[in-house]
Design a protein around this ligand. Structure first.
Ligand SMILES: [Zn+2]
Length: 142
């Protein structure tokens, strides 16, 4: 019997040690951010339910008012900082997406390069906006 228990324990320990290596790892920065965001969301939810529980404990007389105020402000502070973190992560992501969109739009927009000074102009322009040379319509650059 003892051998069986020892064997099971060994296997459990082995599984515990080996498990992290088989766990799928996040690859891109975005995935890491997603996990961070999910983590923050679940922490926030936990904090909210703690606050609810505190209020319940206080109302049912388990906590004194002093304890309640103390714990409540602690959890409230935690919730606020979590929300700020979530907000920041979300904002970073929006800005990233915005920049990516702009870059893509720039790449897609056709333009032409001035043969005199090399400045890029919009496709519709007939003269270079930098040096005023007339633009060759045939030389469009993607
Ligand atoms: Zn020019």
């Amino acid at each position: 019997m003892i051998t069986v228990i020892a064997l099971v324990l060994t296997l459990l320990t082995f599984a515990f040690v080996v498990y992290p290596f088989f766990k799928p790892r996040p690859h891109s920065a975005e995935q890491v951010e997603d996990e961070k965001l999910q983590d923050l969301h679940s922490q926030r939810d936990t904090t909210y339910s703690m606050l609810k529980e505190l209020e319940f404990d206080f109302q049912s007389g388990v906590l004194t008012e002093e304890d309640y105020r103390d714990l409540e402000s602690k959890y409230r502070g935690k919730a606020i900082s979590l929300l700020q973190n979530i907000d920041e992560l979300g904002k970073d992501r929006d800005i990233d997406q915005e920049i990516e969109k702009q870059v893509l739009a720039l790449r897609r927009s056709k333009g032409q390069t001035c043969t005199q000074c090399g400045a890029r102009s919009r496709e519709a322009n007939r003269f270079c906006s930098r040096c005023g040379a007339s633009l060759n319509r045939g030389e469009q650059v993607d």
